[in-house]
Design a binder for this molecule. Structure first.
Ligand SMILES: Cc1cc2nc3c(=O)[nH]c(=O)nc-3n(C[C@H](O)[C@H](O)[C@H](O)COP(=O)(O)OP(=O)(O)OC[C@H]3O[C@@H](n4cnc5c(N)ncnc54)[C@H](O)[C@@H]3O)c2cc1C
Length: 196
């Protein structure tokens, strides 16, 4: 990932900054943003949907993840109610699901439920060394939103991966490239048109 990021940066294909949609100009055949001009812009903004994409019915889910240090050793990812991913000297453990409190601040009730689940898997001592929270951009029908805006074919979206971003994004990224470059028809089940 870092190697590819460096490759893009060196060729000045990558700009790391917050996109200000107030100065984004979307037209029927091109988009302009500050000094840039492009055929299309694809929004991959997670739950931070912009004014352009207010209509897709997202159903965000907050989740806690913790890092724990313990004596347990495993060359494998443990997956039983929760996942425990072995890192160099600790495990990353997750995760919880909550639709009500959509904050990026770790919630104690989420951490507590992870601790209870760890206790069902092993009874040794452990220390929590980090707590994190994320809000997953889930959707009303649990399928991603991919495709183009009904009014602007220059405005694309690649979002709504909910709990399956890691596993589904590579497949659908390739599919979306085929849609844009080869003119392949977008898979109906994930087409954002279903949301308009
Ligand atoms: C607790 C938790 C557990 C998870 N477990 C799993 C799992 O078991 N399996 C799995 O496959 N996936 C898992 N995921 C990953 C999850 O599925 C994906 O993170 C999710 O689908 C969102 O991915 P995304 O890249 O679409 O959005 P995000 O990860 O939300 O990324 C969007 C990015 O866009 C940035 N952004 C938004 N607006 C702007 C702007 N105007 N300018 C610049 N940047 C902007 C945001 O800051 C953010 O960094 C988990 C996620 C969480 C939080």
């Amino acid at each position: 990932m870092m190697t590819y990021k460096n490759y893009l940066s060196e060729r000045r294909f990558l700009v790391e900054e917050w996109l200000n949609t107030d100065v984004l100009k979307v037209e029927k055949d091109m988009v302009t943003y500050r000094g840039y001009q492009a055929d299309k812009i694809i929004f991959c903004a997670g739950v931070e949907v912009s004014d352009f994409w207010k209509s897709p019915p997202f159903r965000p889910v907050r989740g806690e993840i913790i890092d724990i240090e313990c004596d347990l050793e495993s060359p494998y990812i443990i997956n039983q109610g929760i996942f425990m991913i072995p890192k160099n000297s600790y495990f990353t453990v997750g995760s919880t699901y909550d639709h009500a409190v959509l904050t990026h601040k770790p919630q104690e009730e989420g951490v507590k439920s992870l601790i209870e689940k760890i206790r069902t898997l092993f009874d040794g001592d452990f220390q929590i060394v980090a707590k994190r929270t994320g809000v997953r951009p889930a959707t009303h029908d649990r399928k991603p939103f991919i495709g183009f805006h009904k009014d602007f074919r220059t405005l694309g979206i690649f979002n709504g991966f909910g709990t399956k971003g890691v596993s589904l994004s590579p497949y659908f990224a390739m599919h979306f490239v085929d849609v844009m470059i080869q003119g392949v028809r977008i898979e109906e089940e994930v087409d954002v048109q279903r949301a308009f």
